[in-house]
Design a protein around this ligand. Structure first.
Ligand SMILES: C[S@@+](CC[C@H](N)C(=O)[O-])C[C@H]1O[C@@H](n2cnc3c(N)ncnc32)[C@H](O)[C@@H]1O
Length: 382
């Protein structure tokens, strides 16, 4: 089975589109490899010395250092390139998707036998944190629909992820890493039914099918175009997954339904008000003894140097991630405990290529290295 980003539901790029995508990728790689590190040099040699001269002390909060960095021309130039790269990415991706997605949707809908299923709720009230802003500056965000049955936003997101993964690397790494975590921390946990919350296009969800082959796999997302596309994508990849448009704060699943509830990169896109609600709802739908595990970008401000906080927090203001700062400085373990979970804890895990034979355990050693992921977990009392 393919783990690749290439599958028959991904709108293929023609020569010119590929060329534009290659340019965007080169620009983004150049900025992150060669220009991003200069921010630290600039902070140490220019920004902090200037702050010291003006205030007779070092900056001591994220706010102070951010304000000082924002006045620095190198940091401004870097920010402008970052933003430009992101906008160019969506421009190149959208053109490719719009050329083909409607015909692909019609063809998929005509298909008689499909694996798994999808359920949407046209009258569902979407929370403000999803409608207020285009996250990652993706035009239309996760939820916009031009017509009933539209899959466009899912295809745009998938083509964007494809570009991010350099067009070839597997995109189910986060799902596989979550399974590695489960194998390390809860090796004897029986999993017959699993739910992924905030699945987007289901690129992590397929890993749960592969690594829990006997389990029934479900996935929800707020965006109707996401789950429609995710269903078509999973079918194209030969995976049986049951997708539902739903809010992790309040789902339609019965009490005690799942053995495992997971998410990857969802929590930092929800509001701090939603967080405790998601924890309580997860507690309700897990069976006694069931496990919850949320995997996140490794961003816990309490564990990070001020410089890293500024660089990561840049996303909040400039890349459509308005909830990032707040969730990354919230006491998430407290929220897990408050919902009634036992063994509530968080920490970091390192990447593995083999989730079955190379299980991962949580460490509390923080690293801003991208090879690490943050995990938040708890067990419903038996
Ligand atoms: C960054 S994407 C994560 C995609 C995928 N899990 C991955 O790791 O590639 C976050 C997704 O979470 C969804 N989301 C945010 N809050 C949610 C909620 N309360 N309930 C369900 N989905 C939610 C968004 O619609 C979005 O598709």
């Amino acid at each position: 089975m393919t783990r690749n980003t290439v599958h028959s539901m991904l709108p293929p790029a023609n020569h010119d589109e590929q060329s534009r995508e290659s340019f965007v990728l080169s620009l983004k790689t150049h900025v992150s490899k060669n220009i991003t590190p200069g921010n630290k040099v600039e902070m140490e040699n220019v920004v902090v010395p200037k702050f010291r001269r003006e205030n007779n002390r070092d900056p001591w909060s994220l706010k102070e250092l951010r304000r000082a960095m924002n006045r620095n021309p190198y940091h401004q130039m870097w920010g402008s390139l970052m933003r430009t790269g992101q906008e160019l990415m969506w421009i190149s991706v959208v053109e490719c998707v719009d050329r083909q997605i409607d015909a692909m949707t019609v063809a998929f809908n005509k298909k008689k036998k499909k694996l798994g299923g999808v359920k949407t709720s046209p009258n569902m009230k979407l929370p403000g944190y999803i409608t207020a802003v285009d996250i990652h500056t993706m035009p239309g965000n996760y939820q916009t629909e031009a017509y009933p049955g539209d899959m466009r936003q899912g295809a745009i997101y998938d083509r964007g992820v494809h570009l991010y993964h350099h067009g070839s690397r597997a995109t189910d790494d986060n799902g596989r890493l979550l399974v590695a975590f489960m194998n390390g921390e809860y090796p004897d946990h029986t999993i017959n039914r699993v739910l992924e919350e905030g699945c987007s296009t289901g690129n992590s969800t397929t890993a749960f099918c592969d690594l829990y082959p006997d389990a029934e796999v479900h996935a929800i997302d707020l965006g109707a175009p996401m789950v429609r596309y995710a269903h078509a994508r999973a079918d194209a990849m030969g995976r049986e997954i049951f997708f539902t448009q739903g809010n992790a704060e309040e789902t339609d699943y019965p009490d005690n339904y799942f053995d495992l509830v997971v998410s990857t990169n969802m929590l930092h896109e929800t509001s701090s008000k939603a967080l405790p609600r998601i924890m309580r709802e997860t507690m309700r739908i897990l069976r006694p003894g069931g496990v919850m595990a949320h995997m996140e970008v490794p961003v816990r401000y309490a564990d990070m140097e001020l410089y890293d906080q500024v660089m990561r927090g840049w996303q909040t203001r400039n890349n459509g991630e308005p909830f990032w700062d707040k969730v990354c400085s919230t006491d998430t373990v407290e929220a897990v405990k408050a919902a009634g979970f036992e063994r509530a804890r968080d920490g970091y895990i390192t990447r593995t290529l083999d989730p079955v034979n190379d299980p991962r355990r949580i460490t509390n050693v923080a690293s801003s290295d991208n090879m690490h992921r943050y995990i938040l977990t708890g067990v419903k009392p038996a």
